[in-house]
Every structure is written in C-alpha cells, then in structure tokens.
Design a protein around this ligand. Structure first.
Ligand code: NAD
Length: 500
C-alpha cells in the first residue's frame, strides 16, 4: 500500500519538479502531452503552480476514437466484471486519500478539512454506490394475455459519454458522472474544469491498477470553448452529462441540438431558506451558517436567500450575524479555517461586485466584505480570500437577489405569511434547492409541495440518499441524476414485443 502511495506521490512530484506541475491528457490508457498549456493558479497564493493542457479538436478526436474502440469489449462485459473495477477504484481512492485531499485543496482553494471530509471520501463513495446500485435495477415486463403477447424492455449502454464538470467540487462531481457511465457499460471522454484538473489527472494514474481497460475512461483537459465545445459537437458522442452554469448549458443545448443528443444538465441555483417562528433556532442558525458559507459558498446547493418570519426576524439576524462572524476564513491547510480561498481572481471580483451593488442599492452589509479584516500570512496576501458576508435590506428585484453569486454571501429579509414566503422563495428563475425550518409537520409538507425546487430539505441541509433523483427545476437544470435516474440516463431502452 505504502509503495503504491509513494508511486503516485513520486509521479506528482516528478511532474512538478520544474517550476510547475504539468498535466497531460489521458487517452486510450496512455498519458499524452499537449502542445500548449493553460496556467492554473493556487487560489490561496494567487501564483501559477500548474500547467493544464489546452486541448482542442484534435485531442478530443483522439479521445473519442479511443472510447469508441473500447466500447464493444467494455459494454459486453458482465455487470459483475465492471463492478469489480469500480470497487477497486474506490479502494484505491481511499488508500490515496491524503494525496488527493492535499491536491484538491491546493487546486481549488477549499480547506483541507472540507476536502478530507467531503470531496474525496464522497468521490470514493460514488464509485462504490454505483457499483452497488447498478446491480439492483430491473427492466419492465407486461403481458397482453388476450393476444398471447409478452412485452419487455431491454436497457443498453448508449456509447461514448461526454462528461463535463465544474470547479467547485472537482473530483466529486466528475466521479458522480464517470461512475454511473462506466457501470452501465458506456465508455467516457471527460473534460474537467480547466481551473481544477489536478485530481482528475491523478485519478487517471489509478486506472490501470484498478483494471480499467485502455480507452474506457479518457480525460481531455482544456477550456470550455475549445475542448468542451469539441466534445459536445462531436457526432460520435450521443450523450452529454454537464454540470455547470446555466449560461454554458444554454450554449451546450444549442450546440448538441443538430445531433439530437441525450442531455443531462445540472445547473446553478439561488436557494432560499425559509424560517418560521416555530423553528428550532439553535439548530437552524448553526445549519444555515453552514449552508450559506460551506466551501466558500461555492456549492450549487448553498443557501443565498434567507427569509425569516417577521416575529423572530431581529433575533435571527442578530444571532445569525454573530455566528457568521465566527465562520473563519483563512489558510486552507489550517484546521481552524472554515473557509479557504475562492476559485479565481475574476470570481472574487465578481462576488465582491455583488456586495458593492448591494451597498449602492442601500443594503446593509452586517459582516464580511468591507467590514471585517482577514488576518492572513504574508504568502497568502495575494490569495482570493473573502470573509462570510451577510446582507439585509435588499429589494427582491435586485440582481443581488435574482442572480447566482456563488460565493460566501447571503441575504436576509423578513416575511409575514406562508404565501408570501412561497412567493419570495419561488421568485427567481432558478429552482435547485431550498430549506424549510418549522416544527409544524403539516406546514413543512405543504411547503415542500409549493416550493419550486428539485430538493427541499426540512430542518436540515445537504443530507442526501444517492438513490433519489438529484436535479433542478426551471433554469437549474434538465433531467435528474442519482440511482435509477442515472441508470436511465446512461442507458437506452428498447421494447421487445414477443407474440409467440
Ligand atoms: P461553467 O459553466 O463555466 O463551466 C462548467 C464546465 O463547462 C467547465 O468544465 C467548462 O470548461 C465547461 N464549459 C464552459 N464553456 C463551455 C462550452 N462552450 N462548451 C462546453 N463546455 C464548456 O461553470 P463553472 O463556473 O465551472 O461552475 C459553476 C457553476 O456550476 C455554478 O453555476 C454552479 O451552480 C453550477 N453547479 C451546479 C451543480 C448542480 O449539480 N446543479 C453542481 C455544481 C456546480
């Protein structure tokens, strides 16, 4: 185990032995270097530390060809044979946990604690979960006695799956796609975010040892407009699973329309927390601070609008701001840091821009940006850090309320009636997730039905059974993934009509 671990470590260190870590594409089971590269920054220092291949059409072409070649053999294997490979990948990730944790934190800016407790263990869990769930699906059968006919469905893998993932939970969201795709017998060309490609590249190093045949998983690194666009526009990729922004999804939908591709789109959110006067405030405040600021607020499921019943509004605001002030932003490797750095300089500026907009519209910034100073070591002074920020006094029509900020910023405002809470909760173009806080069982069931969101949590957040459908309504997505839904998405059905 130790020897294998140091092998991966050695490889990462060797690639970084010059000034920068230089990544390669992974095509047909081989690492292939690319002619040109993109700079990748360490968000906690603002320095370039890694060079990511700037792949284009040519590299995507080679990867799709390798995936096509590998498809007949992989799709003909028994489910048990494929499951063994997935479980082995999970075991390998577990045994290399700490290397992946350190790499994810450095690449993304998130805290080491978050990567160690969420990103990497959940990535391993994705492989284990789909290895198990793929064995438990059944197909349908119905009889037409009067005609002596039997109808039954067959599910087959679709072919080469194009998988495109974002930078916020890099390995976790990538494995959420790779695992079901290959479990069902597809082969894959994946394109991780150009800003966070390192752990995907490290995963490729484990493929051979896990017994993944060459060409079953191919990784092409690069930007959306070049590598991503070439993948989505490739005629031999009949299915695209995408997680990212709504704007990119619109582009992908247009690009794939001429080929009638199967699309799964997991997009942005502007998630409300609706807090009634009978809520358990201790639990609610602790959880809502977490749901607003975890991973620097860079989780699609983070709370960014908080509506509080007027009778407890002042008390809530005071206690919530006090708790947010204790949510420490600091060096990612420091175990006492709750948040690390945001993904990029551009993103930090965008998030700060929303706080400036709130101020210019008369909003009150209670803590965080422009109010609290961060105490950072010298080498982190150019990092992309921003403290947890709480705003009130913003109009519902403001861009601050309407648009996804995707940073450590949340807005609080009061409501008077259940109808008003529903109307405000639903008053944006997104519909990904919501939390409802109340001890009244009837009310929480009513709210769950009325809130337009793919996920409604009651008195909790981020607790999820992977068997259940995950996805958004309205501009937050098209389709669902998870257990049976991933099985359906990554397979085609045909119906056999057998009349003797
Ligand atoms: P993004 O849309 O900018 O990029 C996502 C991926 O798409 C990246 O790999 C990028 O390179 C690629 N891409 C960009 N342009 C492309 C194009 N023209 N063709 C093909 N691929 C292209 O999103 P992001 O900034 O990386 O991620 C943040 C967004 O992701 C937020 O909106 C967040 O809410 C959303 N998100 C959603 C979920 C979910 O499950 N619903 C989960 C995580 C993140």
């Amino acid at each position: 185990q130790g020897a294998k671990k140091s092998e991966l470590q050695r490889s990462v260190m060797a690639k970084a032995s010059g000034q920068h870590l230089v990544l390669e594409n992974f095509i047909g089971g081989k690492f292939v270097s690319c002619r040109s590269h993109i700079d990748s920054f360490d968000p906690s220092t603002g320095e370039v530390y890694c060079k990511v291949p700037d792949s284009g059409k040519e590299e995507v072409e080679a990867a799709v060809a390798a995936a096509k070649d590998a498809f007949p053999d992989w799709s003909a294997r028994s489910v048990e044979q494929r499951v063994q490979v997935l479980n082995k990948l999970a075991d390998l990730l577990d045994s290399h946990l700490e290397e992946f944790v350190q790499a994810e934190s450095r690449d993304q800016g998130k805290t080491v604690t978050f990567a160690r407790t969420v990103d990497i263990p959940r990535s391993a869990h994705n492989f284990r979960f789909f290895a198990s769930s793929v064995q438990h699906h059944t197909t349908d059968c119905s009889q037409m006695d009067h005609m002596g006919c039997l109808n039954y469905t067959i599910r087959c893998p679709v072919g080469v799956a194009g998988l495109i993932s974002p930078w916020n939970l890099p390995l976790y969201l990538l494995t959420w796609k790779i695992a079901p795709a290959i479990a069902m017998g597809n082969t894959v060309v994946a394109k991780p975010s150009e800003m966070t490609s390192v752990t995907a590249w490290m995963l490729c190093k484990l493929m051979q040892e896990a017994g993944v045949p060459p060409g079953v998983v191919n990784m092409v690194f690069g930007t959306g407009p070049r590598a991503g666009d070439a993948l989505v526009g490739h005629p031999d990729v009949p299915l695209v699973s995408f997680t990212g922004s709504t704007a990119t999804a619109q582009h992908i939908t247009e690009r794939s329309a001429p080929y009638c591709k199967k699309l799964s789109l997991e997009l942005g959110g502007k998630n409300p927390a609706i807090i009634f006067a009978d809520a358990d405030l201790d639990k609610c405040i602790e959880t809502t601070v977490r749901s607003s600021f975890s991973n620097q607020g860079e989780i699609c499921l983070c709370t960014s609008r908080i509506y509080v019943e007027r009778s407890i509004y002042s008390e809530f605001l005071e206690r919530f701001v006090a708790a947010a002030k204790k949510w420490k932003t600091g060096v990612p490797s420091d175990p006492s840091s709750h948040n690390g750095a945001l993904i990029s300089k551009e993103h930090l500026e965008k998030v700060r821009g929303f706080v400036a907009l709130a101020r210019s519209e008369g909003g009150i910034v209670h803590c965080g940006e422009g109010v609290d100073q961060l105490d950072l070591p010298e080498k982190n002074k150019s990092g992309y850090f921003m403290p947890a920020t709480v705003i009130s006094g913003i109009s519902e029509s403001s861009r601050v309320i309407q648009e996804e900020i995707f940073g450590p910023v949340t807005c609080v405002s009061p409501f008077d009636t259940e109808d008003e809470a529903v109307s405000k909760g639903n008053g944006v173009r997104y519909g990904l997730a919501a939390t409802v806080w109340s001890q009244d069982v009837g009310r929480v069931h009513r709210m769950a039905k009325r809130i337009q969101a793919g996920l409604v949590w009651t008195n909790c957040w981020l607790v999820r059974d992977l068997n259940l459908p995950f996805g958004g309504m309205k501009n937050s997505g098209v389709g669902r993934e998870g257990g049976k839904d991933s099985y359906h998405f990554f397979t085609e059905t045909n119906v056999h009509l057998d009349c003797g």
